[in-house]
Design a protein. Sequence first.
Length: 145
Amino acid sequence: MKALLTAIKTQLQADLTYIRDSDIYITEDERLIPDAVKFPAVGLKDGRVEYEVLGRAEDLEATLYVVIIAYVRLHKAESAIMGDTATGKKGVLDIIADIKTALRFNLFSGDVQEADPISETESELLADETTAIQMKSLTMRYRRY
């Protein structure tokens, strides 16, 4: 899982050029956003791992799930979800689409044999007294044989 998270982070830093490298990070919790992060941002969270024995006991298939969360600061109505064509800023729907493009079928030099998006959550608002952030997550499934 560690190598997979590192590979995903590196790939997203290369492909999502409109997000600072330091704002693509591995997180302990989907709702935990480091103080130094600027928006938009992307968090990577390790998911569950499933194992299946294939024939002999030493032949093990692993299915790894990674949750990828897009965060956008809420500035004006609809823009955090839909993006803002006037400013060119992307919303969470745009960012998730870009993440799917970057990661679907990306086998990271053969480290995995399958890479597929399997689900998305609805977008959600995180807010406190001073900040409102829209978030949406994508779950990717990776298989190793």
